[in-house]
Design a protein around this ligand. Structure first.
Ligand code: NAP
Length: 218
């Protein structure tokens, strides 16, 4: 892969890469949770390339509840990754596609034993399941290339925990004006505390992909 390829460097693991497709004003969906589609077809194909390169595609319960995604590889050649969802309270119904279509293995990182999918019970504290515990569980299963496909709360949790190697944000030239936020982090007082990691910029159809290298930030 050429260095200008946003998938460069992902052939071998381990890595943790998160991606969000957001509007110019930082929203990934409307207030009612509609996200189809913020970004264009080129970005959708890119997402499928990331799935094909990953051992595991990980999402939060909010994404499965709102979108009922299949999380399979359809727009490019390649095999389906293991699917994983963080569902601490076991709120997801059994009829979600990831539990019924049989297209790939589906893991549930959860605080409750009862429910669909292959369940891995992890300590669920009031602030949630520690992202480090989630990564350890996945790595314990031999999954070393982890693609976090959203949503905003899930990606923000891993970013805040310092566990992302790369963060890709595709920005679409649209304004939603309200709705589900992309990245949310604790309040900072001074812009000296803002994250300014090294970044490559890739035009992607009408969108622009920002590829942050967080390994070089520490
Ligand atoms: N444009 C995009 O790139 C994109 C991508 C994906 C999704 N979306 C959209 O984004 C929306 C969902 O995003 P979201 O930010 O609201 O939700 P989300 O990140 O998909 O899911 C958040 C939920 O997942 C669980 N969770 C995630 N990390 C956890 C942790 N460390 N510990 C415990 N629980 C954890 C919690 O479930 P509980 O609530 O059960 O506690 C949490 O509320 C949907 O509307 C979807 O359509 C857009």
């Amino acid at each position: 892969m050429a260095d200008s390829d946003p998938c460069a460097g992902l052939e071998d693991g381990p890595w943790v890469l998160a991606h969000l497709g957001q509007s110019l004003d930082g929203r990934i969906a409307t207030a009612s949770g509609k996200s189809h589609y913020v970004t264009g077809q080129e970005n959708i194909v890119h997402l499928h390339r990331l799935r094909a390169l990953a051992d595991c595609v990980l999402v939060g319960a909010g994404t499965v509840a709102a979108d009922d995604p299949a999380l399979t590889v359809r727009h490019v050649p390649g095999r389906n990754p293991v699917r994983a969802v963080i569902d601490p309270m076991g709120r997801l119904p059994r009829d979600r596609r990831i539990f019924t279509d049989g297209e790939a293995r589906t893991l549930v990182l959860t605080g409750t034993v009862d429910g669909p999918g292959e369940r891995f019970v992890l300590p669920a504290r009031p602030e949630g399941i520690a992202p480090a515990d989630i990564l350890s569980a996945l790595r314990g299963l031999g999954l070393s290339r982890i693609f976090i496909e959203g949503g905003g709360r899930t990606v923000s949790g891993f970013l805040q925990a310092g566990l992302l190697d790369r963060l890709q944000i595709a920005v679409a030239p649209m304004l939603i004006g309200s709705g589900v936020p992309a990245i949310t982090l604790p309040v900072i007082d001074s812009l000296d505390s803002a994250l300014r990691p090294p970044c490559r910029i890739h035009p992607m159809g009408a969108d622009v992909l920002f590829d942050f290298d967080l390994r070089k930030n520490s």
